[in-house]
Design a protein around this ligand. Sequence first.
Ligand SMILES: *[C@@H]1O[C@H](CO)[C@@H](O)[C@H](O)[C@H]1NC(C)=O
Ligand SMILES: *[C@@H]1O[C@H](CO)[C@@H](O)[C@H](O)[C@H]1NC(C)=O
Ligand SMILES: *[C@@H]1O[C@H](CO)[C@@H](O)[C@H](O)[C@H]1NC(C)=O
Ligand SMILES: *[C@@H]1O[C@H](CO)[C@@H](O)[C@H](O)[C@H]1NC(C)=O
Ligand SMILES: *[C@@H]1O[C@H](CO)[C@@H](O)[C@H](O)[C@H]1NC(C)=O
Ligand SMILES: *[C@@H]1O[C@H](CO)[C@@H](O)[C@H](O)[C@H]1NC(C)=O
Ligand SMILES: *[C@@H]1O[C@H](CO)[C@@H](O)[C@H](O)[C@H]1NC(C)=O
Ligand SMILES: *[C@@H]1O[C@H](CO)[C@@H](O)[C@H](O)[C@H]1NC(C)=O
Ligand SMILES: *[C@@H]1O[C@H](CO)[C@@H](O)[C@H](O)[C@H]1NC(C)=O
Length: 736
Amino acid sequence: MFPKRILLQLATLVALFSATEADLTIYTDSALAAGWEDWSWSSVINYASTDEFAGTSGSSISVNSSAYAALSVKLEGTFPGYAGLRFDIAGAQPDLSIFIQSTGDNDQSPTVDLSTLSNTIVDGTFSSLLINFNDLPGTGAQLSSNDSWDRITFQAGGNGAFYHIDNIVLVEEIVIPPLFLSAEPILDHIVAVTTQGAVDLSTISVSLNGNAVKIVNTTTYVPVDTPSQTITYLELGSNFDQGNFSVTAGNTTFSAVLPAVQYGSVVQQVSKPINPHIYGVNFPTSASYIQHLGVTISRWGGNAVTAYNFQGDFTNAGNDWYFENRAADDGNADAWLGWVSGAGSDTLLTVPALDWVAKDTTSFSYPATIYPDQAGFDPYNSDAGNGQFPNGSWVPPLPQSNVYKSWNTSLAKQWLSNLANKPLMVAIDNEIEIASNTHQDMHPDPIGYDEELARVISFATAAKEALPDVLVVAPSTCSWWYYWTSEIGYTDNAAHYNIDFLPWFLAQMKAQENSTGTRLIDYLDLHYYFQADTSANDDAAKALRLRMTRSLWDTSYVDESWVGTSAPQNHQWNPTAISLIPRFQILIDQNYPGMKLSISEWSSTDDTDITGGLVTVDVLGLFGQYGVDSSTYWATPDEMGPIGLAYWLYRGYGTFFASATAQVNLATPLPDTQGVYAGTQDGKLSLVIVNKNPDVPISFYLANVPTDTYFVRHFGGQAGVAKWQASNTSRLWKIA
Ligand SMILES: *[C@@H]1O[C@H](CO)[C@@H](O)[C@H](O)[C@H]1NC(C)=O
Ligand SMILES: *[C@@H]1O[C@H](CO)[C@@H](O)[C@H](O)[C@H]1NC(C)=O
Ligand SMILES: *[C@@H]1O[C@H](CO)[C@@H](O)[C@H](O)[C@H]1NC(C)=O
Ligand SMILES: *[C@@H]1O[C@H](CO)[C@@H](O)[C@H](O)[C@H]1NC(C)=O
Ligand SMILES: *[C@@H]1O[C@H](CO)[C@@H](O)[C@H](O)[C@H]1NC(C)=O
Ligand SMILES: *[C@@H]1O[C@H](CO)[C@@H](O)[C@H](O)[C@H]1NC(C)=O
Ligand SMILES: *[C@@H]1O[C@H](CO)[C@@H](O)[C@H](O)[C@H]1NC(C)=O
Ligand SMILES: *[C@@H]1O[C@H](CO)[C@@H](O)[C@H](O)[C@H]1NC(C)=O
Ligand SMILES: *[C@@H]1O[C@H](CO)[C@@H](O)[C@H](O)[C@H]1NC(C)=O
């Protein structure tokens, strides 16, 4: 499915920007080309702007888009089979995402952030940019060539965007310059070389400490999901050793210093089961997504589901978007349960547990007509306010029945009993401890210990009555702060013998089982977000992101955030080291033995950077090793992005990591920069090794790894977010 006529040939970069007869022009000067319609929204657009233009004469399109608004153009007809989209753009690095749609069937391409094309866009000078449909910037994914594409959208981010754009053209041909992109040792006798275009592989040579190393086999293939880069495995005649390693290909040399080997051992006999439910996500996009990534459990959750009304599939965005009702993003819950389980994933359904659910798709809680003096209004609906006065205090809610219908346990029971598709698990709502913020209109009063317990007990009782086999997860608490106290504050702790919230909650649920003889919840459910701020995304933030996985397990890791510096926030032991999994396993043993541990929201903190992918590989290894029972990533990782690759590494295309752990003993564990996980399934040993510092190779000698033939998968490395995925192509090598 290549777009037609991608030419892989020797050529210079100049050829990238030469037009051919068969290109399809969208705009050059004064107006959209014939056949193109303006489908833009909430933007001031001048198609004949003469203050700035590319080239020596003519005009450009000036665009001023408000928050999330867009320049959007649609062809009367379709444009299948083009090789790419070229345009000239000027502006102060406008925050734009670009995507292509097929309006006929609602298909949409992966989103291309303008910043992945260029970070040096300035006002006054046009940058000439090209999106290669065979190698979408950011993911390397391919735009399917047989879809009925007809619309192109340049959408602004939350702060709007102002820019000039010119010479927008769909190009028929892109000539790929041949390049060697990286060469990395991945096994003791295997080098992976990443290339683009028609490189001459016969020029490759390998040397170690100045001596040539014989290449005994060379195999090249095109990864099925990311065909723009090819991968060639060089099998060497001898094993690597420590020293200066280099691969020369054409006129490019890649070198690395191979470090001294680190010693360790694997003990298969020291083993415990890995719960397959640790490999979950929230809201998978499709059946093929579930199958490609091997998703084991899928959650219907998040802030909006608190207002989900099964009678009409309505919801309300709450404080995430101006307290507006809308159609549920994922449609009908029962139908969702059906297709998700049909695709092979177990399901976790959230049951609303406040007193209201959305009554339609159009109402909203804070109209400007009643409260004109609000701090903000929806840019798409100037009548819908954000529920806050300019001084930041909440607007008093209007009667909830303006926007909502009442909800209670009988309705929940009716809904659950009548589901055609039964969920494996249900969650009792989502982060309701902060409902007085997220759903201020529904529940303006802060929720305390007693109310939260009462709601969990009543809705869990309804769920177990409706679905006797269902597993209940609760209370899905949002973060470290609320694990220990409530929105009411420390007076609420004081009113409960100063017992921190979750230990108190567990003991109360245990007492409830003791007195009724019925277990109401099966999993203690947490949401866990790393508390350190890594949004700067510079080298220091990336390294911190990679270290933070230690907060999941390491009792000696003082959190590199406010948690580590502003204790005490609770009455916990060792309160500056989160050590999340062992801490909650101890609290469960003390307060409600036998309870399982679920983490139904967590995040790497960056879904688009390769470090987010490495964090995810490390976390999935840790969840297995430390015995988490269920987890679902927040939110839906892009199948082709770094987080999707981490899931693929463990589960992709039917090849699974392990069903039980094996112990790994390292002479010098370096958890800030390395993760090593082992496991077994059906008598086969698997290892996952994360090198969190790709600039520095690492090398292990692991005793008790049997000499055998192994299947190898890898991603990351110097070629960027390379998708070195073999789909279902086995890469088997002998490890001696
Ligand atoms: C874009 O539009 C906004 C809202 O109308 C206006 O405040 C702003 O000045 C405009 N920006 C430019 C550069 O024209
Ligand atoms: C495009 O081709 C793929 C693979 O051949 C196929 O699965 C898909 O249904 C096709 N899509 C359309 C819109 O024809
Ligand atoms: C080279 O590797 C390929 C793919 O693994 C394998 O099929 C082939 O037999 C190998 N050739 C030699 C000479 O070892
Ligand atoms: C590797 O190269 C460095 C720098 O050129 C040199 O100092 C070192 O001795 C070399 N190591 C070996 C094992 O040859
Ligand atoms: C390297 O080789 C490529 C392809 O042959 C050529 O286009 C390029 O100019 C060469 N670069 C240098 C620095 O010699
Ligand atoms: C904020 O403004 C509102 C509306 O003017 C007012 O009623 C309220 O008392 C103010 N709150 C504070 C804390 O000043
Ligand atoms: C729940 O609401 C329904 C509809 O308003 C009502 O018929 C029912 O009695 C209520 N159930 C409870 C337990 O309040
Ligand atoms: C529940 O019953 C068990 C067994 O009798 C007892 O050990 C435990 O202390 C009780 N827990 C609570 C919270 O009542
Ligand atoms: C992958 O290979 C296995 C074993 O050869 C086969 O059973 C399975 O259907 C293949 N999966 C895909 C997605 O091609």
